[in-house]
Write a protein that binds this ligand. Structure first.
Ligand code: GLA
Length: 397
C-alpha cells in the first residue's frame, strides 16, 4: 500500500513537471512570435532606425530604414524600389565605409538611374522581343531595351512603393517588403503577391529572401541590382577587384544580349573566373562576347550540388582587404561590370559614377528563359510558391 502511495506521488510529480515544461515551451514560442510582431528592442546591439527620405511627385512619403549590427555594419533600404541606398562595412583596418553605388536623396533615384540597389521584377534580365507564351496565350511586354524587355519593364519593381515591416529576432534584424503586383501589370499575368526580406546578422551577412504567389499561371525571376565598389571610394574603378565565379560554363549572347542557347565552357576564355582574378585582367581582350557586352554583362551557369544555398561568387578588393562571398539558391548569376556607367550620374561622395565604378552580381534564373526550352523553368502556378534566397557575407582578408 505504502509502495503504491509513493509511486502515485511520484507519478503526480512527473505529471506536474511535464505540464510545466509544456507550458513553458508554449510561452517561449509565443514569446518569439510576439517579439517579431511587436518589433521589440533588438538584441545583441542590432538596431533599426527610420527617417524621412523625401516625397514622390504623387505626394507619397518615402522612408529610409537603417539596420545596424554589433560590428557597425549598416544596411539602409528605402520603400521606393526596395532600394539598398547604403551598405557600410569595415575594411582591414576597421574603417567603416559605404560600398554600394547610389544617391543621397530621393531625386537621384527618380531620374533615369541604372537600377542602383533596386529589387528587380517581375523578370530580372532580358526577354527577347518582350514576348512569351503560356499555354498557347502570347503575352506582350514593354520593349524597354532596344527590341527586348529588360528588368520588368517601364515601371518594374525598382520603381514601385513597397510596404515595409521592421522585424526584430533574437539574433538578427530584418526589413520585410511587400508588394502586390496586379494582374497584367506591365503585361504580366496574375496578381503576384511578392515579399522580399532583407535580414542582417552579426556575422556581417545580408540575406535577401524572395517569396511570391500568384492566382494565375505566370513567370517570375526576381533579383537584386546592387552595384558594389568594395574600395569605398567611388572615384576608383573596380578593375582591380578580384572576382571568382563558381561556374564551368556561361551563356554567350547575341548582339542584343539575348542568350544564344549555347552553354559555353569558360575554360580558356576571359570568362573563366573559377580561380579569382582581377576584373580588368582580360576585360579588354579581343573577344566577340566581351565586345557584345561592352565588357562583362553575362549570365554564368552556377555549379550547383543541390537547390540549397551554394557558393556562387566572391569579390575581393586587395587595397581595402574587403571580401564578399555570395551564396544563392538560384541557378545563375549575371556578372555586370558597370559598362554603361558614363560619368553623368552624381555620386554620393561628390564626384560622378564613371564607367566601371561598380559591378553587380545578380543571382537569377537565366535570361530569356520563357523562350528557351533548355533553360530551367521560370513558370509559377497558382498552387506553388516562388522562393529564392541569396546571401552576401562581408569580411576582410
Ligand atoms: C543589367 C543588364 C545590363 C544593364 C544593367 C543596367 O545588369 O544586364 O545590360 O542593363 O542591368 O544598366
Amino acid at each position: 500500500m505504502k509502495a503504491l502511495k509513493i509511486s502515485m506521488q511520484f507519478l503526480l510529480v512527473l505529471a506536474v513537471l511535464f505540464l510545466n515544461v509544456q507550458c513553458k515551451g508554449k510561452a517561449e514560442n509565443e514569446g518569439t512570435k510576439q517579439t517579431e510582431i511587436a518589433n521589440k528592442e533588438p538584441k545583441d546591439s542590432l538596431a533599426i532606425s527610420q527617417e524621412d527620405f523625401g516625397k514622390l511627385p504623387t505626394g507619397e512619403s518615402i522612408q529610409k530604414y537603417t539596420m545596424t549590427n554589433a560590428n557597425g555594419m549598416v544596411v539602409s533600404v528605402i520603400n521606393y524600389g526596395g532600394i539598398i541606398t547604403n551598405l557600410k562595412v569595415p575594411d582591414k583596418n576597421g574603417k567603416i565605409e559605404d560600398v554600394v553605388l547610389g544617391f543621397d536623396s530621393l531625386e537621384g533615384y527618380l531620374t533615369p538611374a541604372p537600377y542602383f540597389g533596386a529589387i528587380i521584377g517581375r523578370y530580372g534580365n532580358r526577354i527577347a522581343q518582350g514576348k512569351f507564351n503560356l499555354d498557347g496565350t502570347q503575352y506582350t511586354l514593354a520593349q524597354n531595351d532596344g527590341q527586348n524587355h529588360l528588368h520588368g519593364g517601364n515601371k518594374g519593381f525598382d520603381k514601385v512603393v513597397w510596404e515595409i515591416t521592421k522585424i526584430t529576432n533574437l539574433h538578427s534584424i530584418a526589413l520585410q517588403l511587400h508588394y502586390l503586383s496586379e494582374d497584367m501589370e506591365e503585361g504580366y499575368p496574375g496578381n503576384l503577391s511578392t515579399t522580399v526580406t532583407y535580414t542582417l546578422t552579426n556575422d556581417n551577412t545580408l540575406k535577401v529572401s524572395y517569396k511570391a504567389t500568384t492566382d494565375k499561371k505566370t513567370i517570375v525571376n526576381l533579383t537584386q541590382h546592387t552595384y558594389f565598389n568594395l574600395s569605398g571610394d567611388f572615384s576608383k574603378d573596380i578593375l582591380e577587384h578580384e572576382i571568382a565565379i563558381n561556374a564551368d560554363t556561361f551563356l554567350p549572347v547575341d548582339e542584343t544580349l539575348i542568350p544564344t542557347g549555347e552553354f559555353k565552357a569558360v575554360a580558356g576564355t576571359p570568362f573563366d573566373f573559377k580561380q579569382a582574378k582581377a576584373i580588368g585582367k582580360q576585360i579588354n581582350e579581343d573577344n566577340q562576347q566581351l565586345k557584345r557586352g561592352l565588357g562583362y554583362d553575362h549570365c554564368w551557369v552556377l555549379n550547383r550540388v543541390s537547390e540549397d544555398l551554394s557558393l556562387a561568387a566572391t569579390a575581393y578588393d586587395p587595397k581595402s582587404g574587403r571580401f564578399m562571398e555570395v551564396k544563392t539558391t538560384e541557378p545563375g548569376i549575371q556578372f555586370y561590370s558597370g559598362n554603361f556607367l558614363d560619368g553623368t550620374l552624381k555620386s554620393k561622395s561628390g564626384g560622378t559614377y564613371a564607367k566601371r565604378s561598380g559591378f553587380c552580381l545578380e543571382t537569377q534564373h537565366y535570361p530569356d528563359s520563357p523562350n528557351q526550352e533548355d533553360f530551367p523553368s521560370v513558370v509559377l502556378n497558382p498552387d506553388q510558391t516562388y522562393r529564392s534566397e541569396t546571401t552576401f557575407k562581408f569580411s576582410v582578408k
